[in-house]
Design a protein around this ligand. Structure first.
Ligand code: G16
Ligand code: MG
Length: 209
């Protein structure tokens, strides 16, 4: 019997994955790095500096730490412009129903996003109050696929990892859930999310709905 569910944000509850894609694409192309959806798939769930490193690995020159920080800041400013327009209409199909169904089933509800913008996105979507605990990404030392963020959410919810299930759209995120010893629900393509225990196309197919 599960006692808690821990959701990822980007790509599961709302399509900020699209905004991350647009912001990274502009940055990559300005540095002469080809950027497409396939490359973007590897960045999902990877934190900001980690994503930047993966992009710059394909650049023709090397970058100082100061340059990297400036590029990461520039990407984030662009990303923040994109999310500033978000409203509850940007919730993905089934997201609110899934949160309410988990609540009705008596589960604790956590959020494990490595995004430092997660609190703002939840506010814009109007769903902050639906979570018992939201991990502050700034307190996480090792991003996904490390299990740290899911383990922290479980600890703060007061539930053993084995009694939790995680919901993720990213390969790195599913790996993080499994490394934490939790049951993993993948959201997306079963061929991509092969490590998940089950894969659903979107939250409209959430098993508790
Ligand atoms: C999300 C996205 C990643 C992004 C990361 C950091 O992770 O999937 O693509 O790089 O947040 O976001 P920010 O630059 O806003 O801190 P998650 O864990 O929500 O899927
Ligand atoms: Mg995600």
């Amino acid at each position: 019997q599960f006692k808690a569910v821990i959701f990822d944000l980007d790509g599961v509850i709302t399509d900020t994955a699209r905004y991350h894609y647009l912001a990274w694409k502009r940055l990559a192309e300005a540095q002469g790095v080809h950027f497409d959806e396939a490359f973007n798939e590897h960045l999902k769930g990877i934190d900001r500096m980690g994503s930047l490193e993966l992009i710059l690995a394909s650049a023709t020159r090397s970058y100082t730490d100061a340059e990297k920080l400036a590029l990461a800041t520039e990407k984030n400013e662009h990303y923040k412009e994109l999310i500033a327009t978000m409203t509850p209409a940007d919730l993905l199909p089934g997201a609110v129903e899934a949160l309410d169904a988990a609540r009705a089933a008596g589960l604790k509800i956590g959020l494990a996003s490595v995004s430092r913008n997660a609190f703002e996105v939840l506010d814009r979507l109007g769903i902050t109050g639906k979570f018992d605990y939201v991990v502050d990404a700034g307190t996480i030392a090792r991003g996904k696929p490390d299990p740290e963020i899911f383990l922290k959410a479980a600890r703060e919810l007061g539930v053993a990892p084995g009694d939790c299930f995680g919901v993720e759209d990213a390969v790195a995120g599913v790996a993080s859930i499994k490394a934490a010893g939790m049951y993993a629900i993948g959201v997306g393509d079963p061929r991509v999310l092969a490590q998940a225990d089950i894969v659903i196309p979107d939250l409209a197919a959430f098993p508790l709905n």
